[in-house]
Design a protein around this ligand. Sequence first.
Ligand code: GLU
Length: 297
Amino acid sequence: MSQPVLRFAPSPNGFLHLGHAFSALVTHDTARALGGRFLLRIEDIDVVRCRPEFESAIYEDLAWLGLSWEAPVRRQSQHFPAYEAAAERLKDAGLLYPCYASRREIADAVAAREAESGRPWPRDPDGAPVYPGVHRGPGGDERDRLEAEGLRPAWRLDMGRAVAVAGEGLSWRELDEDGSVSEVRADPLAWGDVVILRKDVPASYHLAVTLDDALQGVTHVTRGRDLFQATSVHRLLQRLLGLPEPLYRHHRLILGDDGRKLSKSRQDTALRALREAGRSPGEIRQMIGLGSSGISG
Ligand code: GLU
């Protein structure tokens, strides 16, 4: 068997907190335990929210925790042509369509459908309304008119067609906490017509993460439970693009005192704040329930 490859893939849009420390340490410790490689990937396609000072802070905080990773670090903002090329293949297969709808138009369409039916419009697994099909691939004239108005489209996946092309039996292998592997049925339809290329940048989280994991030869995707459902979309893209299937491990999340997922806007759990308050890397491990080997969770 080839050498395992694991990665930690933060977005530099804020300072890392205890939840990131847990994810990075679990991934790093697992890589070490398996005799595998540990990669760090900077997921900075959101060129407005991501900032260089947050990226430098990631390197600083992870090094302080005692982690080391391979160089060079892949920074997604340097690879837009690769994401566009993958999307081009999906376009050629007739699986993407341009969508010019603004957030407001989408919200209005959802409200109108709810008023009409008297029922809530379906939500995706993240709780956002499923795309209600405002612009579903406008024809040539309509497109010319929208472009002449200065509008640029997002490119959405025609989910119904994509699932039909991908065929039956889409699932993934999940490495459970007790070390056993279970088969999880993927349900990409629950997400509706997801965005594959955003309006502002020629990439999206789903496309970039899937493509990069394949390009970097990642064998074990270790990340939080909050991304469990997104794996359905990633498995679909892997099938459509002919990419290998990694093993997945969605670990528990570190919750705040209020029982909610930590956010980058909370200062008290930021690693740099804890460091400045005199906490040691060992204490951080203890705070998040990781022993020195750290492969639990
Ligand atoms: N960049 C994503 C985040 O910071 C994680 C991507 C992944 O691990 O799949 O939430």
